[in-house]
Write a protein that binds this ligand. Structure first.
Ligand SMILES: Nc1nc2c(c(=O)[nH]1)N[C@H]1C(S)=C(S)[C@@H](COP(=O)(O)OP(=O)(O)OC[C@H]3O[C@@H](n4cnc5c(=O)[nH]c(N)nc54)[C@H](O)[C@@H]3O)O[C@H]1N2
Ligand SMILES: Nc1nc2c(c(=O)[nH]1)N[C@H]1C(S)=C(S)[C@@H](COP(=O)(O)OP(=O)(O)OC[C@H]3O[C@@H](n4cnc5c(=O)[nH]c(N)nc54)[C@H](O)[C@@H]3O)O[C@H]1N2
Ligand code: SF4
Ligand SMILES: [Mo]
Length: 761
């Protein structure tokens, strides 16, 4: 059966109810495309003859499968691939609007070199267009020069390590400084889960849960459809949903119970829940015995949590003791119950006590047996896509960096050292203080200045660095500070194999996807992988060759990776779009396998203890406290229709959410003489921002909230420039010594452990 597709139907196809505009061409006045949707297989067909190309959305890490419709080499329409069980064939508003990246007239179009030696906000780089040859030769010469004069450690890469050829370039140069953003994001969850459950985060079988307890877990409010779809199924199946959040977020609005907890105190709530479950013998003894080290430490564990009664927690959290007790009992007796976490929720990088909360939440899930089973946490199951170093092994080992010390200082943190993720918050201060050494060159890729806490510091730091390269799709704020900026391909022009290792429910098995160009690259953009190979050839050719001595290409690598990792050819994957492996979910199978290898879930944190940290979560207050000077706690969240700063130049998404503002409780605002839409200052101990106030009832009186993603100051981002503010101006940087002093093994960036005042502008 088919039906006519109208513009309204198109709007409905954006999985977020915000009503994204989903039609595009080179201008926003492009004519609508009329077509039909087959209700059975949900495939679109159009009156015009459109070519169909399968690919993957590259806007957020969910990597939803995409079907792109193209005519005469022009992308006309993006929709979800109905074969994708994770997204269930949908795209969110961001995914639907992807063509506006591709066709954004503000894109970085050619390699450019700055001619103005002065750098900073409001300083025009005075770009000169250069050829790729000149750009790559200049960068390669600089890498060689810095390496010879100062050692490879004087070169910092600010980038995610992917694609694997990027990591290879860094290893071939021999610098220890591959610095990622993760202390501002998921690092606390990664460390806590790795050394408690021996897994990586993100798999939660929400659809089979009967009870979902969110400690600020807020993915539905981000429009991340892989979670939204599961959450909706859980709602339809009448799971009880309890949301702790100082703000009435979208997730809270869908809950059976919203508990506006005092920010930074979820830890006390979780500790008291553990106390109740233990003292009332409500824990799953069988599970704990088989799969965890609980029994070996039973007496100690019970003693540890004895003091954390609901009455004790009540004074800290401002939640009645009977509510905490009741929720603990419901959580332990409604099976399966689950407390999911994601990245930036309060157990993420937000507070000085976040890692204890992360541990407490995992212990709660373990106490009720909700790990590696239906309705609980599910371990990742994916294809292993081999990196290029195993497809084309280098003929000799990579050089060992001459120093172990890194510019972000992470080697001082024994557990952070064991994962390949880095720290943004101490970086600027260390570069400025030349601690432990001077940095001469920075190569940034797909990271923006606005992602750093207190960005004025990283701006100062980069101004002091001799040579900065930025690989970007936009002349972003990072590009504004660069000596050379290189235009990368957008995800709609790139080829890659995407392993989707994190099933968002128990029934989904391993899944891999193609990312492939839906149109020819625009302007002179070239892919990051190609850029890395070209630089590799120039600075360390011996590491970029095949066994026959010839240089390998990115497509040769992908051909081999598809065969080795998936057992099919790249051409087949391009045709199919998605590749699955049948794998039936067997509850507790991963845990059984782990136990066989002598590993158990560490309810009692033996590994944490061995490394000098608390073996069990304990009450630790947040870093900052509201005072007369700074009476409000700052909450940071993000819009469902923006993905950090990279979408805030996308005119379709700006139409939906054009600017950020500060949310403040209407009663409190009244007492401060602030009316809705008044201009106000929000000020912390490190900075202030001026923006408009939105008065709402759904936020506690002791906090205010700002959504991240706005505040572009690059004048070359003509649509995003000057809209809203960057919350990061209010967030202090921190030193590794401060992290060590507070006994935090996870290096949380304390991104919300900030107090502010608000006053009329
Ligand atoms: N639309 C959209 N989706 C995204 C992203 C995006 O930028 N836009 N980014 C992606 C990335 S990289 C990340 S890291 C994630 C971020 O997404 P999330 O992990 O969902 O993080 P936040 O958006 O910061 O939301 C955190 C929630 O915690 C609440 N909160 C703050 N303090 C407390 C507290 O003390 N207690 C409790 N109980 N709640 C608290 C806030 O009110 C907010 O609702 O989303 C991913 N998905
Ligand atoms: N103040 C504050 N800081 C934060 C956060 C916060 O909430 N508040 N959140 C933190 C979190 S959770 C995260 S994940 C980080 C996110 O921080 P970033 O990963 O830096 O994300 P964006 O801010 O979106 O900036 C992405 C940059 O990459 C460019 N870009 C986009 N697509 C491509 C591409 O395909 N190739 C290349 N080469 N470049 C591309 C964009 O133009 C932009 O310059 O920010 C962190 N920092
Ligand atoms: S959730 Fe949205 S932005 Fe993220 S991958 Fe899916 S469609 Fe793209
Ligand atoms: Mo993030």
């Amino acid at each position: 059966m088919t039906e006519n597709v109208t513009r309204r139907d198109f709007l409905k196809t954006a999985a977020v109810s915000s009503g994204a505009l989903v039609l595009y061409g080179l201008t926003s006045k492009a004519p609508y495309i009329y077509g039909t949707v087959n209700k059975k297989n949900k495939e679109f067909s159009f009156k015009e003859n459109l070519e169909k190309v399968y690919t993957t959305c590259g806007i957020c890490s969910s990597a939803c499968a995409v079907t792109a419709y193209v005519k005469n080499g022009v992308l006309r329409f993006l929709t979800g691939n109905p074969e994708d069980p994770q997204s269930q064939g949908k795209l969110c508003a961001k995914g639907k609007s992807g063509a506006k990246f591709l066709y954004d007239p503000d894109r970085l179009k050619y390699p450019v070199m700055r001619t103005n030696p002065e750098k900073g906000i409001d300083v025009d780089p005075k770009w000169k267009r250069i050829s790729w040859e000149e750009a790559l030769d200049t960068i390669a010469n600089k890498i060689r020069e810095v390496k010879e004069k100062h050692g490879p450690q004087a070169i910092v890469f600010l980038t995610m390590p992917k694609p694997s050829v990027m990591k290879r370039l860094i290893s071939a140069i021999g610098t220890p400084n591959l610095v990622t953003h993760h202390d501002t994001c998921v690092l606390p969850h990664v460390i806590v889960q790795k050394f408690t459950l021996w897994t990586k985060p993100w798999g939660w079988d929400l659809e089979n849960a009967r009870y979902i307890l969110s400690f600020g877990w807020d993915q539905p409010a981000k429009g991340k459809i892989v979670f939204v779809r599961r959450f909706i199924t859980a709602m339809e199946r009448k799971a009880k949903i309890v949301v702790l959040n100082p703000m009435y977020s979208l997730t809270a609005s869908k809950a059976d119970e919203w508990i506006p907890i005092k920010p930074g105190t979820d830890l006390a709530f979780a500790l008291a829940m553990i106390n109740v479950i233990l003292s009332e013998n409500l824990y799953d003894r069988g599970f704990l015995e088989k799969y965890t080290n609980f029994m070996e430490h039973e007496t100690e564990i019970k003693e540890w949590f004895r003091e954390y009664t609901p009455e004790w927690a009540s004074t800290l959290t401002e939640v009645p003791a009977e509510t905490i007790r009741r929720i603990a009992i419901e959580f332990a007796t409604t099976k399966p119950a689950v407390a999911p976490v994601h990245k930036r929720d309060p157990a993420g990088p937000n507070y000085a006590n976040s890692w204890h909360l992360g541990r407490a939440i995992l212990i709660l899930n373990a106490l009720v047996g909700s790990i590696d089973t239906y309705g609980g946490l599910v371990y990742p199951r994916g294809f292993k896509i081999p990196p290029c170093t195993s497809v084309f092994p280098p003929s000799k080992p990579f050089p060992t960096p001459p120093v172990e010390e890194r510019i972000d200082g992470k080697e001082k943190l024994p557990l952070v050292k064991k994962v390949g993720l880095g720290l943004f918050s101490p970086l600027a201060d260390n570069i400025l203080k030349k601690k432990p050494y001077e940095i001469k060159m920075v190569i940034a890729n797909a990271y923006n200045i606005l992602a750093f806490p207190q960005p004025t510091k990283i701006i100062e730091a980069l101004k002091k660095v001799e040579f900065v390269v930025d690989i970007d799709i936009y002349p972003s704020e990072m590009a504004q500070l660069a000596d050379i900026a290189l235009p990368d391909l957008t995800y709609l022009e790139k080829t890659n194999i995407i392993g989707r290792g994190f099933p968002r429910c128990a029934k989904i098995g391993p899944q891999a996807q193609i990312m492939q160009p839906v149109v020819k690259p625009m302007y002179e953009a070239r892919g990051l992988a190609w850029i890395c190979l070209e630089l590799g050839k120039r600075v360390a050719p011996e590491y970029f060759k095949k066994q026959n001595g010839e240089f390998y290409t990115w497509s040769e690598y992908l051909e081999e990776a598809a065969k080795k990792g998936l057992g099919i050819t790249l051409a087949e994957l391009k045709k199919k779009g998605i590749h699955f492996k049948e794998e039936k979910f067997v509850p507790y199978a991963k845990l059984e396998a782990m136990v066989k290898k002598g590993k158990k879930i560490e309810v009692y944190g033996e590994t944490f203890e061995k490394n000098g940290y608390d073996p069990l979560p304990k009450w630790v207050p947040p870093r900052e406290f509201p005072s007369n000077e700074y009476p409000f706690r700052l909450l940071v969240s993000r819009s469902p229709v923006h993905r950090h700063t990279k979408t805030t130049n996308n005119v379709l998404l700006l139409e939906l959410d054009p600017v950020n503002c500060v949310f403040i409780n209407s009663e409190v605002a009244g007492s401060l003489g602030i009316k809705d839409l008044d201009w106000v200052y929000v000020e912390s101990r490190v900075g202030k921002v001026k923006l408009q106030a939105r008065l709402i009832k759904g936020i506690r009186k002791d906090c205010v909230a700002i959504f991240h993603g706005f505040g572009h100051w690059s004048k070359e981002l003509k649509s995003g420039y000057g809209r809203g503010v960057n919350d990061g101006d209010l967030i202090p940087t921190q030193t590794v010594d401060e992290i060590i002093a507070r006994g935090d093994p996870t290096a949380a960036g304390c991104m919300e452990d900030v107090c502010v005042r608000v006053y009329k502008a």
